[in-house]
Design a protein around this ligand. Sequence first.
Ligand code: UD2
Length: 313
Amino acid sequence: MSTRYLITGGAGFIGSALVRELLQSGEARVAVIDNMLSGKPANLEEVKERVDLHVTDIRDFDAIRPLLAGIDTVFHLAAIPSVPRSIKDPVPSHDVNCNGTFNVYRAAKEAGVRRVVYAGSSSAYGDTLVLPKVETMTPKPKSPYALQKLLGEYYGSVFHSCYGLEAVSLRFFNVFGPRQDPGSPYSGVLSLFMKAALENTAPTIFGDGEQTRDFTYVEDVAALVHKAAHAPGVSGNVYNAGNGNRYSLNFLWSEVQKLAGVSIPAKYGPPREGDVRDSQADTTAARRELGHDPQFPIEEGLRRTFEWYRASC
Ligand code: UD2
């Protein structure tokens, strides 16, 4: 039987969690496109027999077009993330996040794919006067990355209205969990906190540490992305993919220290350019229209994540 699902970025941290979610839900096989820039074969190790892995790049339309033939749903997660990286070096992230995303929608349309589920970003909101952030707010991107991710949402709704391709966008809110790579200064902050605690070194906190984020456990995001493939009457829409809470970096570093049994004062540096101050998702629409039902409160997500890093690092 041919695969019904294809995941761009499927060898990455979130993409590989989605691969496992789909396989656990009864899919026999799934297809993955990944250029292995940040994706890793190790992320798919225990499921590799059931994954059709295509090592290619979404910037190459001719390479990806034939891979979408016969696919029902494309989950488009491939991206170059990071707000500060996009400010320092905007060309690669523009190429992948804008041109690559256009290629994915165009290839999906030409191949007759039914639906594309797109990984957007909570950064699209920018700083808002009101929390939590709700989908009806006017986006105010503060960085190239935030704008690039917003463009992908708009392309989804335009491919829906102009070409009849079903498209659903999810704004991911600071996803964390096992397999998040702590290997770069642009890595997600919780992966850096975990690594610092295990190595008994001080992390750097940019700003006063009182900025807040809606940290969302990766399995909750994967479950929601899967639901978005099949929810009826939602094409062209954008939904928050968050947990609905917000925690400061100072609080999180204290929680990670408790898990690791260490006591190390963080170093503080200047705030990052393009940083949003506070972030928290209103999950009402995602719960009502997609059946979003997050299962992992922050304590449980942190515990599971820390156990993974302890066993793997
Ligand atoms: C943004 C998006 C998120 C996702 C992500 C992808 C927001 C609110 N969130 O995450 O949804 O798209 O981009 O990259 O825009 N920090 C430190 N020390 C460090 C590293 C980070 O203090 O060593 C701070 C950083 O300044 C920020 C917070 O931690 O205030 C979170 O940073 P991040 O890079 O983990 O994610 P963020 O919020 O830019």
